[in-house]
Structures are given as structure tokens and as C-alpha cells.
Design a protein around this ligand. Structure first.
Ligand SMILES: C[S@@+](CC[C@H](N)C(=O)[O-])C[C@H]1O[C@@H](n2cnc3c(N)ncnc32)[C@H](O)[C@@H]1O
Length: 377
């Protein structure tokens, strides 16, 4: 991964090495025009929330709440915010690969408008994820519920967007072998992770926790992928991408945030490749037909296959089906029928005799897969 740079001169950037792991300075709609189309794998966008704050907010002790009142979060009307949303979503859609996905985070102030625009533009929503905050700010006026979460929308580029990355097995394994749910619990960014300016104040009002970005990248990217963040802020996306062996490209308007992000990312040490392996989903692995074991000579027609306790025995036929008595069918169908079930994974159900014991035929499938990968299949 190359050293981090800032790009001010935004002439066209057709060559990836010119913009990979850099921050483009300027308005994201204009800056993204310079990138080639279909050049990024995943987008993470944390756009202005359009918080519509009406005057200062005070705690019961009259101290002022450090709310997001920056110019970049101000829009004249909902219409102006919608036009802005449409423009940046179109810009990121052009540079997103057809099998890419996009994450957008927001609050009740903006996320419903953003979601509707995403659907209007052809993005296909895969999930909304609730980030539940373990340490949310209280509701000081006591007139509403405490606002304790933010919402993320995860969408593919198109309705028919196939082959997007979702590391289902790895997420499940990391979650005590239980499917990862769409409600995530993380603290807001505090303590040593929170960047401070020279006066000890928050450097950026909406710095996101690294754990949130890490979950997103571990779920939807592979090592080496390119993650685009069009609202880079303090560079959380860049810092996490570098640590996790992913590439990034960020866009940010404010020089102070760019400087802080550059310094932050420079301090990050990437994890070793060996620690970055992602457990692959079986569905992502190349498909192997049972008959290819016969085609490759790994299994001879006439071989007898057994279940693990040798309750059933079926014969392999030359056409890649199994027969048992007067029944014939696929390894899955025959496995299901002998057990009286609707479905069965024949690869793990059937075994062959080897060295005096039984070995799952899935072992042979693994060997075929390795051969396919070596051949670049
Ligand atoms: C909600 S903050 C993102 C914070 C970031 N995720 C982090 O963890 O630090 C939005 C950022 O977008 C920037 N911004 C606002 N409008 C922009 C635009 N049109 N183009 C580029 N950046 C913009 C703001 O300066 C601000 O830093």
C-alpha cells in the first residue's frame, strides 16, 4: 500500500495508482468525476445528516451541548438536501463496480430520504442495520425518547447485482456460530480513539467508531478491495482499511479534517496477511459436480458409498448418480430418501472406504477445488 497523499489538482485520474489510498480534496460530486467508472468495490458514506438544529441545545445545568452545527450540515430545505443526495449517489454509482455494494449511515433526520432516493436511482436494499449505541447522549429536554441508534442501509448497485461480497461464514463463526444479526451494539467514539484539536476539543463532531467500520469491511470486502468514502471526515474509513489490508479512496472538503486524517492513517500499522484470512462461504467456492470425481478418475463407477454409521450402502454409477435397490438419483436425493428427509447434503452424508475407515466424499471435492483454483477457474 503506497504512502498516503492528498490530491488537490483533480484532473482526470485514469490510473489507479494515482488515486489509490489518497484523499481527494473538494466537493465529492466533482471529485468523483475524475475517477474511472466501475473502479471501487464498496462505498461507505456518512453524509451530512441535515440535523435542522433550531438554536443551541443546553443540558439541565445550562452547559451548552457540543452539537453538530457546522456549515457543511446546513441545507436550505428538504428539497435542497434531496438534490444533494441524488447528486452524490449518482456520482458514487458511476464509480461502483456492478457487483459492488454501498453502505450509507444516517439518523432519523435523513436516512428515510436517502433510502428513498437510493431506490429511485436503482440501488437494491439488502439490509438496514441498526447501530445501537451503548453510551448514547441523553435527551436533555425530556420531550422525546433518547435517540440511541443510527441506521445503516446496505445496498447492491442494482437489483440484479450478483456476486457481491458477503462473508457470511466468517461473520457467523465470529458470532459463536450464530448468524450475524442486523442490530449491532457498539459504543460511540470516545476515549483514546477520539481525535482532539490543540485545545482538547473534538476534532471532528461526528467521528465514527473504528469497530463499526471494521464490522462493515469484514462483512462486505476482501483483502485488497477498494473502499470509497465520499465524506471522509477524520479518516475513520482510511484508518480501518489500512489496518485490515484493504485500499481506500476518500473525498473531503475541509483541509483541517484532511490533515488530521492523513496524520491518523500514517500512524496505522496494517495487520499481517496471515491474520487477515477470511473464512470463505461454501457458496462462494467453485461448484463441483459429483460426476467430476468420476471424470477425473478419483472415484470409479461401482464404488460403494456409506453413511457414517454404515446403515446404508449405495453404488456409484458411471453417469454420476447413486443407486440403492431400485432407486437412482443424485448423491443429495438418495441421501435424503434413505433418511426419509426432504433434503440432504450428499457431500457430507456419503463416505467411501479408505485405509480401513470411512472418509467423507467432501474430501475429494476439496481436492478438486484446489485443482480448479490452481487452474484459475
Ligand atoms: C458526517 S461527516 C463524516 C465523518 C467521518 N465518517 C468520520 O468518521 O470522521 C461528513 C463529512 O463530509 C464532509 N462534506 C460535507 N459535504 C461534502 C461534500 N459535498 N463533498 C465532500 N465532503 C463533504 C464534511 O466536511 C464532513 O467532514
Amino acid at each position: 500500500m503506497s504512502a498516503m497523499r492528498q490530491l488537490d489538482d483533480l484532473s482526470a485520474l485514469p490510473v489507479q495508482s494515482e488515486w489509490l489510498n489518497t484523499i481527494l480534496k473538494g466537493d465529492c460530486v466533482a471529485a468523483l468525476e475524475k475517477l474511472p467508472e466501475k473502479s471501487v468495490d464498496v462505498v461507505f458514506a456518512d453524509p451530512p445528516y441535515n440535523l435542522q438544529l433550531d438554536g443551541d441545545l443546553h443540558r439541565p445545568d445550562q452547559s451548552k451541548v457540543d452539537a453538530v452545527d457546522n456549515d457543511w450540515d446546513q441545507f436550505e430545505s428538504f428539497g435542497a438536501y434531496d438534490a444533494f443526495t441524488r447528486a452524490w449517489l449518482l456520482a458514487v454509482r458511476r464509480v461502483l463496480k456492478p457487483n459492488g455494494t454501498i453502505w450509507v449511515i444516517g439518523s432519523y433526520h435523513n436516512i428515510f430520504r436517502v433510502g428513498a432516493t437510493m431506490q429511485d436511482l436503482g440501488f437494491w436494499i439488502l439490509n438496514d442495520v441498526v447501530w445501537r449505541k451503548t453510551n448514547p447522549m441523553p435527551n436533555f429536554r425530556g420531550r422525546r425518547f433518547q435517540n440511541a441508534h443510527e441506521t445503516l442501509i446496505w445496498a447492491s448497485r442494482d437489483q440484479k447485482g450478483k456476486g457481491y461480497t458477503f462473508n457470511y461464514e466468517a461473520l457467523k463463526a465470529s458470532n459463536d456460530d450464530i448468524q450475524m444479526r442486523s442490530d449491532w451494539l457498539f459504543p460511540i467514539c470516545t476515549g483514546g480513539e477520539r481525535l482532539k484539536d490543540g485545545n482538547g476539543n473534538k476534532l471532528h463532531p461526528t467521528q465514527k467508531p473504528e469497530a463499526l467500520l471494521a464490522r462493515i469491511m469484514m462483512a462486505s470486502t476482501k483483502p485488497g478491495d477498494v473502499v470509497l468514502d465520499p465524506f471522509f471526515g477524520s479518516g475513520t474509513t482510511g484508518a480501518v482499511a489500512k489496518r485490515l489490508g484493504r485500499n481506500f479512496v476518500g473525498v473531503e472538503r475541509e483541509q483541517a479534517y484532511i490533515d488530521a486524517a492523513q496524520e491518523r492513517i500514517a500512524m496505522v500499522t496494517p495487520l499481517d496477511d496471515a491474520d487477515l484470512g477470511t473464512m470463505t462461504s461454501k457458496r462462494a467456492e467453485p461448484r463441483v459436480a459429483f460426476v467430476s470425481l468420476i471424470d477425473t478418475g478419483m472415484m470409479k463407477p461401482g464404488t460403494i458409498l456409506y453413511d457414517s454409521r454404515k446403515r446404508w450402502a449405495a453404488k456409484v454409477r458411471a453417469d454420476g448418480t447413486l443407486s440403492i435397490g431400485d432407486k437412482a438419483g443424485s448423491i443429495h436425493r438418495i441421501g435424503a430418501e434413505v433418511q426419509g428427509l426432504d433434503a440432504c447434503n450428499g457431500w457430507t452424508f456419503w463416505h467411501y472406504e479408505r485405509n480401513g475407515g470411512l472418509t467423507q466424499i467432501d474430501e475429494l471435492r476439496r481436492i478438486v477445488r484446489v485443482g480448479m483454483e490452481c487452474a484459475g477457474a
